[in-house]
Design a protein around this ligand. Structure first.
Ligand code: ARG
Length: 592
């Protein structure tokens, strides 16, 4: 029977909590965590002080009593009281060996799925139709896809939605521009009864030229802007020729979007867009108006969201502009209606630029005021900072333009090819294999460089640093993982097998204790939507393995028992690093 592992921290908290209960105190005070002072202890419990206060006892005396009870338990090698009543704990190596034994048979490393039966919708795409994807689309998809992977691991039914920007004024700008240039197209003939040609004569490359031209024309000429607005309203109202052309813009744009996401190994479950919320808008607004939540204001329809407690000004959410067009906030609110109907989610998480925080504040408030979601549904804007250039301003191409995502990935791949040469990595491979590894490493470099930052911080785009095989980088971690993998393979080739048991002692203690931190680490990373916590974890593990590897012989060890135990620890570490990297969206190459 496979033993179901629970986290070591949980097990210890249970044991210490029981001791608190036996002293007539609150079990929750027995919570154990990893020690702040690894030089003094492995774990600590800080609850004696609080428990003593509640029970009007001396904290030191409470800690002593708990410690006396715990000392009857053979799992502890050392129990010490420090300061006013901190309980410091050290486990016996024998106990840690048993724990390591359990990890060998547990692909989840003690992390129990806690969200089974719950649903999380994640919104981390947002590329806009008719525009090439640019580096601004990088952060949401890297962070969001990582959160999606963590959510699945936690047990959620996770739904990643690309939520294309396919419904705003830009669509009307393109339509009216085309109408001026090609009035003879059947799409612009209001009396045309169809069918339309299968392939409208507009390619993605055309759109990339047409859109900026149309946008400029609208900026300079109010009449053009009016025409674009009019076309937007008619598109949204369902004018057939506009809809047919628009559908084509969406299709050709999606092809490019998919190519980018495929290169990055980013997955979406749903390929919906703002337009999909359209059928929900009118009934939603009607309902909100009936209930007095949406009101008319100067010809527009708005939801006031400011409360008396607000210190700052929070403008109302606009549902319909005076010309009847819907806004970004309208589609986001109606998309909540749609998501509730389709998935009944427990959480909806938006991985979107920090600079849109006011927008989400307005939408979330309107959703709460309008009871569009159950009270217990979490709505979170997991905002992120900007990727800047060396000048500290949002990253631009050398010519000062916005860099295409594909070009950026290509640059990273070129940089990796250079780094592989100078680090003498993968040089024995044929070109096809080398290419494959170069892309895997480039994607790892980009993703890790992004994810390792605090989500809200800005960071500086520095390909040289990101792609280095040294330091806290994706390539370094992949390299460490591959090195363990090839060590295990070499061992197998020589007939050396990993031991069945892992005997924990000075050699492996640090690694096993680190593994014990996994369940709480991965849970915290998801709870706060902070992938950097996972990055720190895997980096620490790679370093811990690196010192283990530097300090002890493995293949060249003549003592068969030591060798096989070290191999077993290596295999376990590999399995763990691979799990953590995969959660970051990083592949471990077959070899390097
Ligand atoms: N398309 C939007 C933009 O370019 C991002 C969409 C983010 N997601 C959302 N549900 N609003 O700014």
């Amino acid at each position: 029977m496979v033993k179901i592992m629970t986290s070591l921290i949980q097990t210890l908290s249970q044991i210490v909590g029981d001791a608190f209960v036996a002293e007539g105190l609150d079990a929750a005070m027995g919570a154990v965590r990893v020690s702040d002072r690894p030089d003094l202890a492995q774990f600590q419990c800080n609850g004696a002080m609080m428990a003593a206060k509640a029970a009007k006892k001396n904290p030191r005396a409470v800690a002593d009593a708990i410690s006396a009870r715990l000392s009857a338990n053979p799992i502890f090698a050392k129990i010490e009281i420090a300061g006013p009543g901190f309980i410091n704990l050290v486990l016996t190596d024998a106990y840690l060996s048993g724990f390591a034994e359990g990890l060998k048979g547990d692909d989840r490393f003690g992390a129990v799925p806690y969200a089974t039966g719950k649903t999380m919708v994640l919104d981390y795409g947002g590329p806009n139709v008719a525009k090439a994807m640019h580096i601004g689309h990088l952060r949401p998809c890297i962070i969001g896809d990582c959160l999606r992977r963590m959510a699945i691991f936690a047990g959620y039914k996770a739904i990643g939605d690309v939520h294309l920007g396919d419904w705003g004024t830009p669509m009307g700008m393109i339509l009216s521009e085309l109408e001026i240039n090609h009035p003879e197209w059947p799409y612009f003939d209001a009396n045309f009864t169809g069918p339309y040609p299968a392939e409208p004569p507009v390619t993605m490359a055309d759109l990339e030229v047409i859109y900026p031209r149309a946008a400029n024309a609208c900026k300079d000429d109010p009449a053009r802007m009016d025409a674009a607005r009019q076309a937007t309203v008619e598109l949204q109202d369902g004018r057939p020729g506009y809809r047919a052309l628009w559908k084509h813009f969406v299709d050709v744009s999606i092809a490019g979007v998919k190519r980018n996401y495929d290169l990055l190994g980013v997955h979406f479950d749903l390929w919906k867009g703002e337009a999909d919320s359209h059928p929900y808008i009118a009934p939603m607004v009607d309902d909100l108006r009936k209930r007095g939540i949406a009101i008319e204001d100067n010809g527009a329809v708005i939801v006031p969201v400011k409360t008396d407690d607000d210190q700052k000004e929070i403008p109302p959410l606009i549902l319909y502009k005076r010309d009847g067009a819907v806004m970004y906030g309208t589609t986001d609110l109606a998309t909540i209606v749609e998501r509730v109907k389709d998935f009944n989610p427990d959480k909806i998480v938006y991985v979107v630029d920090q600079r849109q925080s006011l927008h989400f504040e307005q939408v979330f408030r309107a959703a709460r005021i309008g009871a569009i979601v159950r009270d217990d549904v979490e709505l979170t804007h997991a905002g992120f900072g900007t990727m800047n250039g060396a000048d500290g301003k949002p990253f631009k191409t050398r010519a000062g333009g916005v860099m295409r995502l594909e070009d950026m990935i290509g640059m990273a791949r070129d940089a990796v090819v250079e780094q592989m040469k100078s680090a003498n990595v993968a040089q024995d491979m044929d070109d096809a294999a080398k290419d494959k590894v170069a892309l895997q490493v480039a994607v790892a470099a980009i993703k890790f460089a992004d994810l390792q930052n605090q989500r809200q911080s800005d960071y500086i785009f520095d390909l040289n640093r990101f792609t280095s095989f040294e330091g806290k980088t994706g390539p370094y971690l992949q390299y460490q993982a591959v090195r363990i993998k090839s060590l295990l393979k070499k061992a197998a080739d020589q007939g050396f097998e990993p031991a069945d048991t892992i005997t924990v002692n000075d050699e492996g203690r640090a690694l096993i204790l680190l593994m014990a931190e996994w369940p709480e680490t991965v849970e915290m990373a998801l709870r706060n939507y902070t992938p950097h916590v996972l990055c720190d974890f895997v980096y620490r593990m790679a370093n811990a393995y690196s010192s283990f590897y530097g300090n002890y012989h493995i293949l060249s060890e003549s003592d068969a028992g030591l060798r096989s135990s070290r191999l077993a620890l290596s295999a376990l570490t590999f399995k763990h690093i691979e799990l953590a990297l995969n959660m970051l969206g990083i592949d471990v190459p077959e070899r390097m």
